[in-house]
Each structure stands twice: as C-alpha cells, then as structure tokens.
Design a protein around this ligand. Structure first.
Ligand code: NAD
Length: 505
C-alpha cells in the first residue's frame, strides 16, 4: 500500500485501484511474446512502496541474437524498408491512434514502473509520444535524395536509404517517451530494430510492441528484449549484425557502448548522455516566473531528467528575494503517490537511485554547502525525497559537478555576464541551458556563448517535435527529435552515370 506523503494535507488515501493489470511480461521477438531462452525472469518494482509489480522475462545474449535475426530478416527480405513511405506512414498513424486509445493504461504502467505522475503521463508523456509518431509518419514519404551538380560529363544523384537493423538502448526516466523518440524516426526511415528498455521500466515498451503489431507493423520490425545492461545491452552494442546503436543513458555506459561498437563491427553510434545544466536568472527577470521555473528545473519528473536545470545562477541584485520565494515554494511542494491528482512529485525510480541521491545530499552537507530546504526522504515506504536546495556551494563541489539525477539544486549568486558565462560553461557536460531576462541582446549573447545542445530563453523543458536536442561535450553526440534525428537513421548513397558524349563512354 502506498502512503501519501503530501506536504501538509496529511491524507492517507492510497491509489491501488489505479494499478493496471499487467498483460505483457515476455520478450517480443518476430511479432510473438516468448520466454527467454534460459527461461529466466526478473522483478520489476513499484517505487511507491518497494513491492514487486511483476516478473518479466530476462533476455541476454542468446535472446538478443534471436531478435537480431528477426530484425535482419525483416530488413533484408521483409516489406517494411521496401514499401512506399506513404504506406509506412499510414501504419505509423494507426499505431499513434492505438496509443491514444490506450493512453490511461500506458500512463499507469509508467507510473508503477518509474513513479511518474499519472496526470503528467496522460497530459504530456503519452501525447508527446503520439505527436512524435505522427510527425515522423508525415516525414516517411518525404525522404528523398538530391540531383548532384557534377563537374564533368556525369549525371549524379544521391539516395537516402535506411541504415538497416538498429539497436536502441534506453533509460528509465521517460519509458514511453524514450521508446517513441527512438522507434518513431527509425520506423519512418524504414529501419528494423531491437529495443532494450531499462530494467527498471520494461512494461510500457512491451505494451507498445503489442500495439505496433495490432497497427500492422510487420513481424520482426520492432523487437523488444527486456533484461539488464551488462548482458542484453552489451549484446546489442557488440552485435556484428546490428548496423547502428542509438543509446540514451549515462556518460559512463555511453562510453562502453561506443567502445563495444568500435571493437565489433564499427556500427554507427548515437549517444544521448548525462547533463548538469545551468539556469541563469538575470536581475531584470520576473521573480515569480523565475522561481516557478527554477523549482520546476529540479522537481519536474522528480529531477530524473537529463536536462534538469540543477545549477541555478541568480544575479546578485535579486538574489535574496529570489532565494526566499524559491525556498517557500519548495517547502509547499507536494510529494506523494503519483496517482494522486493533487501531488506534484512522485517517488524516485528505485532504491538504488533513492540511495544515490541521499548520499549526494550527505556529501553536500559534508562539503560545507548550506541546506536551505529539504535534504531528507519522506515517509516510511517507497522512494520519496523532499525537494532539496543547497546554497554556499563552490564550482568544484561534487554536488555542483556531478549529475545527481534527483530533486537537488545548487543555488548560486553571480555579478557579471562574463562571470556567469564562464561558470555556466565550467562543466564536462553540455546538454541544455536556460536564460531568464527581458533583454533580448543579453539573451542572444549568452545563448551563443553557452556550449550546450539546446538553449531555452524565458522557458525551460520546451521540447518540440521539430526541435532537435542532444549534447555537446560529454553529453554525447547526435540529436533526437526533428528531421535531424530522422537523418541519423538514413545512409547517403551516391549514384553516378556518364551522360551522352561523355569521355567515359
Ligand atoms: P544507464 O546508462 O545506467 O542505463 C541506460 C541503459 O543502458 C539501460 O537500458 C541499461 O540497462 C543499459 N546499460 C547498462 N549497462 C550497459 C552496458 N554495459 N552495455 C549496454 N547497455 C547498458 O543510465 P540510467 O541510469 O538508466 O539513466 C540515467 C542516465 O541517463 C543519466 O545519466 C541521464 O542523464 C541519462 N539520460 C540522458 C538523456 C539524454 O537525452 N541525453 C535522457 C535521459 C537520460
């Protein structure tokens, strides 16, 4: 039974009637749900209470191999890469409609697997996934090459062709969102694929796979192998018959994936990795909006967001009033059962992540940072943590340098534009940044000076279908979203032929 930890209202209402029936727990290979070759399973845990939700098939190297065989067959001989893009698009549109029809069930699966707010799943995560599927469905019949301007008597043109079999390895923070961020552009391109969801959140990927089949995606095009990173994940990144691996996760594992790709078949790699993004608040910013956004930067999805704005720099003239308002809002933030419509923050994904965040908080205290609010778990069951704000931190403190991936902020004061640009860039990561100011010249100057893949001016977390995002520096390379991502799943092929009277003839 989940407890309600809401700050203030004390309700003990539980939401177990919202827990969906778990229908799919086996691997999805060649259009069928199957046991793993070794017959092993693993537990998936509800972070609201630490209890087992289901046992899921544990795939490893042999299962990945079967999935790759199915994907290879579907790519080399099946209809998907060969059918007109228009037809692929129509199937993808049907898939999107089915996701919409099953919105509640999918959102609930992500709630019991990842601790995500059910209301946000229905309002954002699942609709974003279907929007993305429809965006790429619309692109599927617009993949064309170019006629080349040759410098001699040759006719040249360029084709774009699907890269082949893609291995997708994704994290647990946006289970349905990540699934479609990877699958949608790869489907539009005409690729076939093996998806490995994170071991913490396997359920919505299996559910989505069954909807793909229902929509008419041919067998073998989407395969889902649930299991662990060092076994199933590593088997994907080192597989000789996978043409590309698209990975989202930590920088450490991204490095391993790239190494495995390099030492196997030199497969193409797309890496979306960690971050430690700055939010810069200039003294002309509206303080109420700025404090709302700053808090959202660390509590949205309980801080388990790669682009979380966990380093907040506030210009000195407004610092004191900003700090006061921000802390008051953090104290009033309601944390509790993610099915409760009044709750704004659910539990961390699992015990390991919960303990990791708490140990960073302890580290911060030991380093001499001043705790303004939070800093403790909530309740006796589940993995809930209070929104936590530190100040009096230094740029080289571990809590300022490392990605914590939880609701923990380092709040800092700055004087000049030059100083804040230097400090904002003083990180090994480069995923995102936020700038809050009414001065457009200042916003433009700072946005050009920050080395990060996406800059939000007077907003944050403003993702859009057509807006690519991804990393600079150790946040990785390659982009998700937009036509940029579609092109990652396409090879360029040049075709050249002599023309009449050419010396080649
Ligand atoms: P993780 O790197 O531990 O795991 C990610 C995926 O990799 C999981 O599916 C896991 O099973 C798999 N994996 C683990 N070891 C592997 C190995 N040796 N070979 C192949 N695969 C392996 O990351 P996580 O803890 O699941 O997610 C949190 C991290 O993901 C954070 O660093 C976060 O910033 C990052 N992230 C980045 C983005 C982005 O778009 N840049 C988005 C979300 C999360």
């Amino acid at each position: 039974m989940a407890e309600h930890h809401g700050n203030g209202n004390g309700s003990l209402k539980t939401y177990d009637d919202h827990v969906p029936e778990i229908k799919f727990t086996k691997l999805f290979i060649n259009g069928e749900f199957v046991d793993s070759v070794k017959g092993r399973t693993f537990e998936t845990i509800d972070p609201r209470n630490g209890e087992v939700t289901a046992r899921v098939a544990e795939g490893d190297e042999e299962d990945v191999d079967l999935a790759v065989k199915a994907a290879r067959q579907a790519f080399d001989h099946g209809p998907w890469p060969r059918m007109p893009g228009y037809q692929r698009g129509r199937i993808m549109l049907k898939f999107a409609d089915l996701i919409d029809e099953n919105m509640d069930e999918l959102a609930a699966l992500d709630t019991i697997d990842a601790g995500k707010l059910f209301s946000v799943g229905k309002a954002q995560d699942i609709p974003t996934a279907t929007k993305l599927l429809r965006y790429y469905a619309g692109a599927a019949d617009k993949i064309h090459g170019e006629v080349l301007k040759m410098s001699s008597e040759l006719h040249g043109y360029m084709l774009r062709e699907p890269v082949g079999v893609v291995g997708h390895i994704i994290p647990w923070n946006f289970p349905t969102g990540m699934f479609f961020m990877k699958v949608a552009p790869a489907l539009a391109a005409g690729c076939t694929m093996v998806m490995k969801p994170a071991e913490q959140t396997p359920l919505s990927a299996l559910f989505s796979a069954h909807l793909a089949k229902k929509a008419g995606v041919p067998n073998g095009v989407i395969n889902v192998v649930t299991g662990f990173g060092p076994t199933a994940g590593a088997a994907i990144s080192s597989h000789m018959d996978i043409d590309m691996v698209s990975f989202t996760g930590s920088t450490e594992v991204g490095r391993m994936v790239m190494q495995a790709a390099a030492t196997s078949n030199l497969k193409q790699v797309l890496l979306e990795l960690g971050g430690k993004s700055p939010l810069i608040v200039f003294d002309d910013a509206d303080i109420d909006t700025a404090t709302d956004l700053a808090l959202a930067c660390i509590v949205y999805n309980k801080g388990e967001v790669c682009v979380a704005g966990s380093r907040v720099y506030v210009q000195e003239a407004i610092y004191e009033v900003f700090e006061k308002k921000l802390v008051a809002k953090a104290k009033a933030w309601s944390v509790g059962d993610p099915f409760d419509p009044n709750v704004r923050q659910g539990p961390q994904v699992d015990k390991k992540q919960f303990e990791k965040i708490l140990s960073y908080i302890e580290h911060g205290k030991r380093e001499g940072a001043m705790l303004l609010t939070g800093g403790a778990p909530l309740g006796t069951k589940g993995y809930y943590i209070q929104p936590t704000i530190f100040t009096n931190v230094k740029e080289d403190n571990v809590i300022v340098k490392d990605e914590i991936f939880g609701p923990v902020m380092s709040l800092m004061k700055f004087k000049t534009v030059e100083e804040v640009i230097k400090r904002a860039n003083d990180t090994r990561y480069g995923l995102a940044a936020g700038i809050l100011t009414k001065n457009i010249d200042l916003a433009n100057t700072v946005s050009r000076s920050i080395r990060a893949g996406i800059i939000w001016i007077n907003c944050y977390f403003a993702f859009d279908n057509d807006c690519p995002y991804g990393g600079y520096k150790m946040s990785g390379f390659g982009r998700d979203f937009g036509l940029d991502a579609l092109h990652k799943y396409l090879h360029v092929k040049s075709v050249v032929t002599p023309v009449y009277n050419s010396p080649w003839l």
